[in-house]
Design a protein around this ligand. Structure first.
Ligand SMILES: O=C(O)CCC(=O)C(=O)O
Ligand SMILES: [Fe+2]
Length: 360
């Protein structure tokens, strides 16, 4: 039995969820304070302008000679776990068109967008607020349209018409960039450039179209709580609002948050937990978060999480076998993708250090 307080919270979560219009719906209703279910009890997890102005995430020009691109992407993945890329080959007009289409979806009239609202991922497309709503200590100021784009795409009819063409086109371009990046990062490990693609890492794709409405009390909550991404690699398109921060460890055990400054035309790339494991800790999957939006305008971002498409129960993942040839002991045991993702979904975003579950 829960205490009266926890009963109230459960009821409030249910009421919010059943309205089916997300955080945007609260803002549309004219609220001027952040409801209790979003208030973070731990001040350090709230919005805090503690970012370091002197550190920044590396920006890599993909039009440099390949050997330089390998060296830069590899160094950034080892040290930061995050970098931005420019001259990636995706037409710049598509970046803004895709972001606007996603914004249009989240700003559809409540009765139209609520038809897509669901916690079920069965159809491969669902709109909801807070993937971990019923598991987290505090909800975050964000709504999400989520699509499983691979290994098989959803029935296009399931994708909201207002952003359908743009997201399907976006997915194609993201795969092209993903292939380039996985090639660079595999080469940087000293294994065959096609190793990650051969491990089907381009095939499994989940696209999340995030919408961070303006928040009346941004210091009370978060846009997305600190977490690492479970997959292999994340390709993120963000608009010009800002708020994404990456944790950077300093010498002496301290850490600071570093802003991922919006750079026009750039994509943000980060290493996920599976790539940290497959690279046997050569590359780092790093904690990041998004502050609750303190601007007047909403923030929009689109993340594609790449993960292996091969999910058979006889297919095991772990440190790349080619890496183990060089007499290095593996840091992780092998596991199936089902076991890996099961561990991911059993946790709230905040508490996960997924690779630790598989450490030897
Ligand atoms: O919106 C962003 O900038 C980041 C979102 C994110 O980290 C995620 O969806 O995993
Ligand atoms: Fe993330």
């Amino acid at each position: 039995m829960g205490s009266p307080q926890s009963f109230d919270r459960a009821a409030a979560l249910k009421e919010f969820d059943e309205a089916k219009t997300g955080v945007r719906g609260l803002v549309e209703s004219g609220i001027t304070a952040v409801p209790a279910i979003f208030c973070h009890p731990i001040p350090r997890l709230r919005h805090s302008p503690l970012s370091s102005p002197i550190l920044s995430v590396p920006i890599i020009d993909l039009s440099v000679p390949r050997s330089s691109a390998v060296a830069l992407a590899t160094a950034a993945s080892r040290e930061f776990g995050f970098f931005q890329v420019v001259n990636h080959g995706i037409p710049l007009s598509l970046l803004s068109r895709t972001l606007s289409a996603v914004r249009s979806f989240h700003e559809l009239p409540p009765s139209v967008r609520s038809a897509f609202y669901s916690r079920s991922t069965k159809t491969g497309v669902n709109y909801s607020s807070n993937v971990d709503l019923y598991r987290s200590t505090a909800a975050s100021w964000r709504d999400t349209l989520r699509m499983v784009m691979g290994p098989t795409r959803p029935d296009p009819e399931r994708i909201p018409p207002v952003c359908r063409a743009e997201l399907l086109e976006w997915d194609e371009h993201v795969v092209t960039v993903g292939r380039v990046l996985m090639g660079l990062l595999a080469e940087g490990l000293g294994v065959d450039a096609g190793s990650l693609e051969e491990a089907t890492c381009l095939e499994g794709r989940v696209m999340v179209c995030q919408y961070y409405p303006p928040c009346p009390e941004p210091e009370m909550t978060t846009g997305i709580a600190e977490h690492t991404d479970p997959g292999v690699l994340t390709v993120l398109l963000q608009d010009d609002i800002g708020g994404l921060q990456v944790k950077r460890d300093l010498e002496g055990g301290e850490s600071v948050w570093v802003d991922v400054q919006p750079v026009p035309g750039a994509l943000v790339i980060n290493v996920g937990d599976l790539l940290q494991i497959m690279s046997n800790d050569e590359y780092k999957s790093v904690e990041h978060r998004v502050l609750a939006n303190s601007n007047q305008e909403p923030r929009v971002s689109i993340a594609t999480f790449f993960k292996p498409g091969d999910r058979g129960d006889s297919k095991f993942y772990g440190p790349l076998p080619e890496l183990m040839l060089a007499d290095k002991p593996p840091h992780y045991r092998n596991f199936t993708l089902e076991e890996f993702m099961g561990t991911f979904f059993s946790k709230q975003l905040l508490s996960r250090r997924l690779p630790n579950h598989f450490k030897l």
